[in-house]
Design a protein around this ligand. Sequence first.
Ligand code: 6R9
Length: 566
Amino acid sequence: MSGESKIVQGDSITWSRGAGELGLSDSGPMNIAEICTDRNLRLGRGGRPALIHQGHAGDPRTYTFEDLKELSCGWAAFLAEAGIRPLDRVCLFLDRVPELYIGFLGILRLGAVVQPLFSAFGEEALFQRIDDSQASCVITQRRHLGKLRRIRERVPSLHTVVVIDHDPAGKPLRSGEVAFSMDDGRRKDFPVARTFGESPSVLHYTSGTTGKPKGALHVHGSVVAQYLTSKVVLDLREDDVYWCTADPGWVTGTSYGIIGPWSLGVTQFVLDAGFSSERWYAAMARHRVSVWYTAPTAIRMLMKDGAEATRGHDLSALRHMCSVGEPLNAEGVLWGRQAFGLDFHDTFWQTETGAMMITNRPGLPVKPGSMGRPFPAVTAAVVDPETGEELREPGQVGMIAIKPPWPSMMRTYWNNTATYYSKFLGGWYICGDRASVDEDGYFWFCGRDDDVINTGGHLVGPFEIESALLEHEAVAESAAIGKPDPVNMEVVKAFVALRPGWEPSDDVELSIMNFIRKKLSPLAMPQEIEFVDKLPKTRSGKIMRRLLKARETGEQIGDTSTLEDD
Ligand code: 6R9
């Protein structure tokens, strides 16, 4: 496994090379939208497809880079007229419709901060994120408007709600709601806001163990990292058709589902339709997808239908596959070889890091089950959780740590600088995941160092679920943990102690599940509820989620000396 430098010239892959290729200087103006549109036009890519969009029904629609420019200029002009100012937070609360991808660029062109939100979010999840960011505008569609209306009074900062598919013959809009049709709003040009490398660009909320979700704030300069990793790890080239299966509500869907590929002028395919292996393979064959970025849960779902399911689909265009979000087990890599004749290249990174940090890049042998090695421009190690000292012995387990700075690192957590600073130790940024490094420098993931639940690659905070559970009339106390699951890695399991007068029953269970689905999201909904008399707690009153989880997985329970009733 040695001799890397003979295969890939890792030393020449530096952030300054990325900036140089994009024609950026440290002190000059820089705007992600300008790079993804105007720059591509200057390079003669205007007529090339930027987005091939396939919805639930109907024919696919193709948008060229010229369309991207004019439609995003239309968005910027419309938002400016609606009173949105540079640095305002503008939320995208949309399904995977073209407006989501192109509106994203319009917001950045205006110099406002784009805040993507999953359209599956329920009222409470929505409220927390808009309330924290004090967003002034949300862009949405009819089918999600009801949820917004129900929280509108609680978020006075929100002065404009844009509805992209308003039907003038249907129900009227209310005050503060405006209709906008992207296709009709096209503009030849709109001046790019004078933003710089350090100007805020994207605000992505992510769940932690305690407290509300935290907003990781990114800057325009992040594009250097997204560009270079897309080029080197996703191996994107001008003639590719690239498919990132992630929703832009998740950082993968913005860093690598918008910014990275479009900064390279590459055609993206987007599928806005539910999962089925048949539908996925048919779409890949039809659009001749050549590079594919997906997640282990999706891979496991495809595995269930067997490698045979690919037969009958012409996947000959496919030449490169990558994965992110959860550990990709060796089995998934081996199955990929069988089904596609290619390796899945695992990549590790976080909302906070903004771009890939530990990667399997083409040219380096894949060790199935390993996340690969640090991206060449990144310095990463595993460190002692107490001292931040690097652990140099192969196989020692420590915390994954990255040496700051890098272009796409978050600049703070919105309204929460103290937590931002708590992420650093001994000159390292600490990811909060445990891993070991082998003698060849490959990282092997061990687990998260907190109670955050990773379900199908999406992080869900136990505290958010527990807080929401408490609002259900039957619930006195609760704890939420991630229960191992063969497909989704983990699913939410809740332990619930009922209020006096309530008895456990299927009806109560169902009512609690639905309550969470509506309030937070389908992902946060417990798949299982266990009714208990009381919950194990520390003497200081903290719920011992670890103990509940250990019981669930049959692991050693460990030190319980701080338990309430030991
Ligand atoms: C991009 C993204 C980050 C957390 C991260 C870790 C887990 C991501 C992984 C992985 C094992 C991989 N994670 N990639 N675990 N192998 N290749 O996922 O961002 O939603 O913030 O999640 O996801 O636990 O700390 P985010």
